[in-house]
Structures are given as structure tokens and as C-alpha cells.
Design a protein around this ligand. Structure first.
Ligand code: FAD
Ligand code: NAD
Length: 464
């Protein structure tokens, strides 16, 4: 196979890598991208998109099941519904197919050369790709490592058989009767709640003393309440020990007792780790930051001409961070002056209800030594939330006490993921409480909770 020379080589076509390659192509940079699986990476094929598809299907199914319960306050009734998971998964796969084909098309449109196969560094300027038709040598002036992350495996619960990761959970052809979820973080709760709505008896085993330990107790309270309503048993301070001999999961409870959790599937979601093997790290000399690749504010590694972006570079391991880094690196390679200057990276947890957090929480602001003003507005006082039968939750805003510049905004409630755009924009643009209070928010919308939280922080909320 003839060697290829290019200006930019991107290894991995997840949201970090494919956005980097598209932007570089748009800017006229001669770019090659190598992907061993499908374009779109974890996010489009086994992560963000498939999980949100499953969550939507579960929400729809629960809704009709509740209508069939005979007690619906809206007066809707119907016969007992059922779900055909094979069709649900086929629908999810069609969405994934549309998106991965779309990414391949966007790369082509931007003039990027895509190569399918596993890339391995030979040295700092050369990569060899194992393709279906043999080895392809690629020489590049600049190389971006965007190899992403993989699920953490527990040594006493190796993946296989009844023990599954999110990847297998998103392609189950049948809803398990009993599902044990080890790890009550993002994936454990998003998927655990979805499977409970689809009919599984779900038990969550969480090592920390609360689920979603990243978020404060006020934000997680409505989610914890909903877990109970869905019949999900949550065991906090509990440790998984291994598969029980007669089936199920052996755990040690918070008070030290051994117990077996009934389960025909055990979903292990105890975090993800950067993918550091299989791409020839040993052939180059890059510094690490803990288990991640060390980068500076331009995503440069310690080796000249080699960049790293996305999950392989650290927390938060989120698709939109990877994309923003990819876009920045492409512009740097094209000669533009760019560095990481983002004010915040929004975090959204697609539980029921959803949680959004942008910027600092009250505790983080206080730890940073800030005098703050906090305003919180409950959805119980929001007309739109009432009409959506979704009154649980609130919007909370944290601002500097002296000049009212907003430091953080959080919300928990049905559908609040869509409010993350307004929250991020406010923080990125350096909004003050008065800017938000002075903006007309359409009525009736849940976003009125946002303006009311700012008014509350200023001491004159109108609707509470
Ligand atoms: P990845 O998407 O992991 O892509 C890396 C790519 O590199 C892969 O396609 C891989 O095949 C390829 N690769 C690796 N090594 C090689 C090699 N040697 N040669 C060629 N190719 C290689 N994030 C959110 O922001 N929102 C969400 O709602 C969300 N939900 C999630 C749900 C689940 C179930 C999971 C697992 C993750 C979720 N995430 C979510 C996280 C998100 O998927 C990741 O943060 C994101 O995909 C990281 O992008 P990346 O480009 O760094 O890596
Ligand atoms: P996570 O870090 O969100 O949660 C892991 C949970 O497992 C934590 O609560 C932790 O305390 C617990 N835990 C760790 N070891 C344990 C053990 N031995 N026994 C019991 N509990 C244990 O990790 P995740 O849910 O696997 O998700 C991985 C990453 O994927 C997330 O950190 C996030 O970056 C990304 N993700 C994001 C979204 C989103 O943006 N909506 C959704 C899914 C995944």
C-alpha cells in the first residue's frame, strides 16, 4: 500500500476526533482521520445517543402503562400495553445508523480522508494502520490522539455472561426481570431508571453514601424520590463482592452484612477510563496526568506536534467538551490563535427528573472564598410545569454578592436539559443577575423559573 503524507492525522472518530477533522478540513488543512470502529465513537454508537433513545422509549412506555392503570387524572385510558424490545433496539440502531452515516458524509464534504482500521504510532511523526487490506503507513506533520475511553471493569465482576457494561445494556433484546446496577452515577441511574420503566425490578448498589455523588443533595432529592416511586431499591454505602453461586449479586451492605441481590443481569457502571492501550503509546514519549494524557491549554501534549483531546485527556468525560477541544485544535493547526478559555462546561444528567449544572454550585463558590447571593425558584410555582404534571424541582442561581456576576446555575426538573443552553450562554457572556432579570422570558415556559431565580437572588421574585 502506498504511504500517505498529510498535515494533520486524527486517531479516533468520536465527537472529539470527527469535529477536529471536519473543522480542519473546512479550514483547508490536508487531514486524514483513522477509526477502528464506526465514525461517531462512543457517543453516537454506544453512549449518549443510544442511551437517550432508550430513555425516551422507556418514558413513552411508562406513560402508556400509567394511562392503562385506569386512574389517569387526564382521563386517558387504554388497554394493557406491551413493548417489543427487539423493535425498540432496531429503532435505536436506525438512529445510530443515520448519525454515523451523517458523520462520514460530513467528513467527506470537508475533504477529509477517512481510513478504517486500528492506528498505532511507530514514532512521533508516523502511524501504521491495520486495515482490512493490509498495513497503511501515514506520515503526518501534526497528530491528534482522540482515542476516548472504555468502561472500568471490576476484577471480581469481569464483563461477560450476566455481567454487562453499558454497551451490552443498550442492545438487550429482552428486558431483564431483575437488574442489579453496580454504581449509581450517570450511567447507572440513567439506564437503571429506563429499565425500571420498561418493567425490570432494579436494585442500585452504590459505594458512596449517596447516588450521583457529583451533585449536591438538593439537586438529587427529586431524583431519589422518583427512584422510590419507580420501585428501584437503592443501597448506598454498599459494596459489590461478586456473582453469587446460586445466581444474583453478592454485596456487603453499609452495616457490613452480606446479602444477595436477585438479578439475571448485573450492569456495572463504576466509571470510565481513558483508552491508553492499542495505539502505540510505548513508541512515543508523552507525559501523563494521573491516568490521563497531560495537555496544556491548547491540548498540546509534552511531545511537539502531538495533541490529545476528549476523554483520553481527563474529566469531565463529556461529548461536548471533546467537540470543543477538537474544534480548537483544528483552528490552532490551521494557524489561528486559540487557547482554552471556556467559562464553564455544562453537565446534564438525563435521569427522571433531569439535572443540569453549569458553573459553580453554592458550596464550590463558598469554597472559592466568594461572598454569594443565591436565588432558588421551585417549579411548583410555575404554571407550565403544572400543565406538564412536572412540578418537582427548581432553578437555582449563584452570583457574586458584590457585582452580581453569575457564577453558577443549576436546575432539576422534567426537560430541564434544554435550559442548559440559556444557562451556559449567561455564564459564557458574563451575565449579571440584572441581565437575566431584565430579559423577557416567554410565558408559559419552564424558563420563567430561570428569570424568577434571578429575581429571587435580587430580593424581589414575583411569583413566590
Ligand atoms: P470516543 O467517543 O470514545 O471516541 C474514540 C474513538 O476512537 C472510538 O470510536 C474508538 O473506536 C477510536 N479509537 C480508539 N483507539 C483507536 C485506534 N488505535 N485506532 C483507531 N481508532 C481508535 N456524554 C455527554 O456529553 N452526554 C451524554 O448524555 C453522555 N451519555 C453517555 C452515555 C453512555 C452510556 C456512555 C458510555 C457515555 C456517555 N457520554 C455522554 C460520554 C461521551 O460518550 C464521551 O465523553 C465522548 O464520546 C468522548 O468522546 P471522544 O471523542 O473523546 O472519545
Ligand atoms: P460515574 O463516575 O458517573 O459514576 C460511577 C459511580 O459508581 C459513582 O457514583 C461511584 O461512587 C460508584 N462506584 C465506583 N466504584 C464502585 C464500586 N466498586 N461499587 C459500587 N459503586 C461504585 O460513572 P459512569 O456512570 O460509569 O459514567 C462514566 C462517565 O460517562 C461519566 O463520568 C460521564 O463523564 C459520562 N456520562 C455522561 C452522561 C451525561 O452527560 N448525561 C451520561 C452517561 C455517562
Amino acid at each position: 500500500m502506498k504511504d500517505i503524507s498529510c498535515k494533520l492525522l486524527v486517531i479516533g472518530a468520536g465527537p472529539g476526533g470527527y469535529v477536529c477533522a471536519i473543522r480542519a478540513g473546512q479550514l483547508g488543512v490536508d487531514t486524514v482521520i483513522v477509526e477502528q470502529a464506526k465514525p461517531g465513537g462512543t457517543c453516537l454508537t454506544i453512549g449518549c445517543i443510544p442511551s437517550k433513545a432508550l430513555i425516551h422509549a422507556a418514558d413513552e412506555f411508562l406513560k402508556v402503562k400509567e394511562f392503562a392503570g385506569g386512574n389517569d387524572p387526564l382521563g386517558i385510558s387504554l388497554a394493557d400495553p406491551s413493548i417489543d424490545m427487539k423493535k425498540t433496539i432496531a429503532w435505536k440502531d436506525r438512529i445510530v445508523g443515520r448519525l454515523t452515516t451523517g458523520v462520514a458524509g460530513l467528513l467527506k464534504k470537508a475533504g477529509v480522508k477517512s481510513i478504517q482500521g486500528r492506528a498505532r504510532f511507530r514514532d512521533g511523526k508516523t502511524v501504521v494502520v491495520d486495515t482490512e487490506t493490509g498495513e497503511q503507513m501515514i506520515r503526518a506533520e501534526q497528530i491528534v490522539i482522540a482515542t476516548g475511553s472504555v468502561p472500568v471493569e471490576l476484577p471480581f465482576l469481569p464483563f461477560g455472561g450476566a455481567v454487562i457494561s453499558s454497551t451490552e445494556a443498550l442492545s438487550l433484546k429482552q428486558v431483564p426481570d431483575e437488574l442489579a446496577v453496580v454504581g449509581g452515577g450517570y450511567i447507572g441511574l440513567e439506564l437503571g431508571m429506563a429499565f425500571a420503566k420498561l418493567g425490570a425490578k432494579v436494585t442500585v448498589v452504590e459505594a458512596a453514601d449517596k447516588v450521583l455523588p457529583l451533585y449536591d443533595a438538593d439537586l438529587t432529592r427529586p431524583v431519589v424520590k422518583r427512584l422510590g416511586q419507580l420501585g428501584i431499591e437503592v443501597l448506598t454505602g454498599a459494596k459489590a463482592k461478586g456473582l453469587a453461586k446460586k445466581g444474583g449479586l453478592t454485596i456487603e451492605t453499609a452495616d457490613g452484612a452480606e446479602k444477595t441481590v436477585k438479578a439475571d443481569k448485573v450492569l456495572v457502571t463504576v466509571g470510565r477510563k481513558p483508552l491508553m492501550d492499542g495505539w502505540g503509546r510505548e513508541e512515543i514519549d508523552i507525559d501523563l496526568d494521573g491516568r490521563f494524557i497531560k495537555i496544556d491549554d491548547q491540548c498540546r501534549t509534552s511531545m511537539r506536534g502531538i495533541y490529545a483531546i476528549g476523554d483520553v485527556t481527563g474529566e469531565p468525560m463529556l461529548a461536548h467538551r471533546a467537540m470543543a477541544q477538537g474544534e480548537m485544535v483544528a483552528e490552532i493547526v490551521a494557524g489561528q490563535k486559540r487557547s482554552w478559555d471556556k467559562q464553564s462546561i455544562p453537565a446534564v444528567c438525563f435521569t427522571d427528573p433531569e439535572i443540569v449544572s453549569v458553573g459553580l454550585s453554592p458550596e464550590e463558590a463558598k469554597k472559592a472564598g466568594r461572598e454569594v447571593k443565591i436565588g432558588q425558584f421551585p417549579f411548583a410555582a410555575n404554571g407550565r410545569a403544572m400543565t406538564l404534571q412536572s412540578e418537582d424541582g427548581f432553578v437555582r442561581i449563584i452570583a457574586r454578592a458584590d457585582n452580581h456576576v453569575v457564577l453558577g446555575i443549576q436546575a432539576v426538573g422534567a426537560g430541564v436539559s434544554e435550559l442548559s443552553a440559556a444557562f451556559s450562554l449567561a455564564i459564557e457572556m458574563g451575565a449579571r443577575l440584572e441581565d437575566i432579570a431584565g430579559t423577557i422570558h416567554a410565558h408559559p415556559t419552564q424558563s420563567e423559573g430561570f428569570v424568577e431565580s434571578a429575581l429571587k437572588a435580587l430580593g424581589h421574585a414575583l411569583h413566590i
